[in-house]
Design a protein around this ligand. Structure first.
Ligand code: NAD
Ligand code: UDP
Length: 319
């Protein structure tokens, strides 16, 4: 084995978490995957379940977490990530997950002297008045809107991370993730890439919210996981926050057109109302990630979409 480190991944049965677990197992680490399966699925880690270095713990991070072995690193990814799953009746649960989850995992890191990485988000920038967004931009978030449970929850988690670093000397790493897509996304996830691909594959209407002119920057999952690992293993004392995302910026309509051109068929786009507080544009400035982690994304949108379409095709055929 290359390294005997034991690594906790919360949110490990979700989209990013399961891709991260697979990469860590492949790299020879011992992985403890922690999840309450709120949006995650055991299916995503099925191939890892029999591996001697892999262990799954069914646990809600709102509750304190005790682990009966020494932990070296923690990736804190547990949190609903799609507006469909964090809003409405899940809003209070989402804030609790962000805040109490961060607190409980920071305590675990403190007890173990472990390094802990927080999966923060571009949503901390809210509706950005600066474009593209550098880490120094403090954001423009509506603190009482329908996205606040997530945006403010993640902002509070960042603040807890920095207070544990200052008060307790915990070794922290914070990444701000921009829209990421790829295999192991849940077809019911509700985010734009999975929605559009699944709709196109099923021959259903393609739903665009607003006029489709809002922009996002889409990063393929393998690129993002590489950034996670580089950040986790960056020199002690380098805390971030670091933007991790692909600076290629597309309107949602351009994304839909690209997916439709790849899948073919007669697709019909239907325009639905733009949800409240939906950011009009978003694009990471990744200067810091390039400089400190030697990282930048390699996979272009078209190539990443091909792999993602192939994944959704295979799971829709299974049904
Ligand atoms: P996902 O919904 O697929 O994964 C989230 C995982 O967290 C799921 O497995 C879910 O069951 C688990 N979870 C939720 N609440 C929990 C709780 N209270 N206790 C234990 N487990 C819980 O979403 P994802 O895209 O994989 O997101 C992973 C992380 O990355 C999230 O923290 C999200 O905020 C962050 N992020 C993702 C993106 C992206 O584009 N994918 C962008 C920004 C930030
Ligand atoms: N969106 C859309 N159709 C969908 C789902 C989302 O047009 O079926 C839009 C959504 O309004 C937003 C963008 O696509 O402007 C990205 O949404 P997503 O939920 O993927 O991520 P986030 O809003 O968190 O960036």
């Amino acid at each position: 084995m290359k390294d005997s480190k034991t690594i906790v991944v919360t949110g490990g049965t979700g989209f990013l978490g399961s891709n991260l677990c697979a990469r860590l197992i492949k790299d020879g680490y011992r992985v403890i995957c922690v999840d309450n399966n709120y949006t995650g699925r055991l299916k995503n880690v099925q191939e890892l379940q029999n591996h001697p270095n892999f262990r799954f713990l069914l646990h809600d991070v709102i509750q304190p977490l005790e682990i009966d072995e020494k932990i070296d690193q923690i990736y804190n990814l547990a949190c609903p990530a799609s507006p469909r799953h964090y809003q409405g009746k899940a809003a209070v649960f989402t804030t609790k997950t962000c805040v109490l989850g961060a607190l409980n995992l920071l305590e675990l890191a403190k007890r173990n002297g472990a390094t802990i990485l927080q999966a923060s988000t571009s949503e901390v920038y809210g509706e950005p008045a600066v474009h593209p967004q550098p880490e120094t931009y403090r954001g423009n978030v509506n603190p009482i809107g329908i996205r606040a449970c997530y945006d403010e929850g993640k902002r509070c988690a960042e603040s807890l991370f920095f207070d544990y670093h200052r008060e307790e000397g915990v070794d922290i790493k914070v990444v701000r993730i921009f829209n990421t897509y790829g295999p192991n996304m849940n077809p019911e996830d509700g985010r734009v890439v999975s929605n559009i691909i699944c709709q196109a594959l099923k021959g259903e209407d393609i739903t665009l919210y607003g006029d489709g002119s809002q922009t996002r920057s889409f990063c393929y999952v393998d690129d993002l996981i590489e950034a996670f690992i580089r950040m986790m293993n960056s020199p002690k004392g380098f805390t971030g926050p670091v933007n991790t995302g692909n600076p290629g910026e597309f309107t949602v309509k351009e994304l839909a057109d690209l997916v439709i051109s790849k899948i073919g068929g007669k697709q019909h786009i239907v325009y639905q109302p733009l949800p409240k507080d939906d950011p009009t544009h978003r694009k990471p400035d990744i200067t810091l990630a390039k400089e400190k982690l030697g990282w930048e994304p390699k996979i272009k949108l078209s190539e990443g979409l091909d792999k993602t379409i192939a994944y959704f095709k295979s799971i829709l055929e299974e049904k």
